[in-house]
Ligand binder design. Sequence first.
Ligand SMILES: [Zn+2]
Length: 660
Amino acid sequence: MKILYLLLTLLIVIFNASASDSESSDLIPKAASSYTQESNQAIKSYLPFLDKTDFENAKKGFIGTIDSGVIYQENKAVSYNMQEFDFLNQDSPDTANPSLWRQGQLNRIHGLFKVQDDIYQVRSFDLSNMTLIKGKTGWIVIDPLITPDTAKASMQLVEKHLGKFPVSAVIISHSHMDHFGGIRGIVDETDVISGKVPIIAPKEFYQSAISENIMAGNAMARRASYMFGNLLPKNETGMIGSGLGQTTSVGLPGILKNTDTISSFEGETRIVDGVKIEFIYTPESEAPAEMMFYFPEMKAFCQAENINRTFHNLYTLRGAKVRNGQKWAQYIDLAIQKWGSDVQTSFGSHHWPTWGNDNIVEFWQNQRDLYRFVHDQTVRLANQGLTPKEIAEQLKLPETLDKQFYNRGYYGSVSHNIKAQYQLYYGWFDGNPANLNPLPPTEVGHKYVELAGGVEALLQKAKESFDKGEYRWVAELLNHLVFAQPDNKTAKYLLADTYEQMGYASESGPWRNFYLTGARELRHGVKVLPAPNGLTPDMIDGLSTDLLFNYIAMKFKGTDVDAAKMQYNFNISLPDANEKIALIINNGVVNPRFNYEIKNDVTATITVNRKDLNRMSLGQVKFAELLSTQAMKIDGSQQDFIAFFSKVDNFEFWFNIVEP
Ligand SMILES: [Zn+2]
């Protein structure tokens, strides 16, 4: 889980899902077609649905939960609502892949659970789990959720049932926000600074957490609104869960710097509040900075997010750098080597635990082999000359791996993870010159419409294929027409109906959400809601000056005629941070130099405190106000600096995705 799509949920962006009576039938969700029903039925007979072990384990050790099922923010707005998914109580409907439906049923089981003596978990109070280990003087908390509200509610539940103990340490398993954002809800920053409460995290945790989504953030967050189904109603024709957990909490995530760092691949040991913990550092796996760890005295293992009850993402559909399945498998194998013969309990930062040595080792091995198989076989077939779409179509997991519920692609998918491993080695180009410089979507759309014999002929073909259940082909045909004629409602509604059937049949939560959100925006258009602010005070504070100015450089409108002519040299001094930055502007490019001062041809020297730049980034103060209050001083050409600053872009959040 990454940062910006979580921030998306800072604002509740769900709009009214129910169609009013006046709406035509084109605008409302349709029933599952016979082809979709058949496809969903096939999954039912393929997977061992009669095995209820997962349900027993997800409920095992239940102590209690919040009766109301709702967690509130301080301002009384809802942070997390566990009741929204009550509809999953029923058997899976025709409009859902039964395997994804089952995963949602499991993921919605919420409350405080005893994992074993001295180990407890609060589950489904957020997307992720919070785990508590009983130390000598208090709780060692692992992964304090996304927002302070859900973290605090979890601690209150623990206190109610297990008594009041202080937090003696925090362990953050990796750099994704669903594993640290709620930290301010359970510890006081002064206790961290004074050394009373250590925070243990993997090397590069803080930098990775802050920087991972800054550069690409706006488009990533918009795509995340598709991936997580934030715009969909939660019901049987809408969002039914993300596969990893149900959904994300709403509130203001924070971050604190860790005080202790794990950096050894071989392993390193700590005694934390009297409890022995053995760590291994596992970077560039599920997260850039991650670690797994073992409690030898309790024979218990924390999987972090490297071992899960789903096939995780080697590529995440909101858009991010791809991950390496080989490294991922190697880390799991290292855990097997080190602790496989000893472990009795294995728990993760998502989903429910596994008990018993045999069960655990089999689970770890099958997860390891899943990542290894997809990595190795993809690259093998690529070396045979196959291209991504071909490999994704032909490569199937061995049944021994494929029939394990925990290996199913509820979050990732075999298909898109295969393409990710191809991309890891070969990038976007498949080597076929036809794909080197194809026409862009609108232009190729017009050509296909022409080739089909016009709009009506193309629509006719699309309808025939739709009636045969050839949804992938219909999507391709109609996508061409919608990009050629974005006002053609017949095309848009039929494409929406097509995406919808594809969503109903998807086993991956993100796939379902992408298809159904696409359908929704084709039917209703893009609703421009308040755009989420991707930057929180803690994130801005943590942003290095280096990254901040590289970010500004990226936002410079270098294609603008006037901007392209600018030739400026600015020296910027940040007295409170004791930093100097030079900006060299030429050719539509901003080159920042850090700890550097230009000596000759200086256009202007700007003096401003970093804290005021932070306030400006948070929208708390305007550029003009900084100038008029002298919080920003400009020696030299003020006009040129203002001209430069006027060419720094602002991003629109609600850009089109399913139409031009
Ligand atoms: Zn996570």
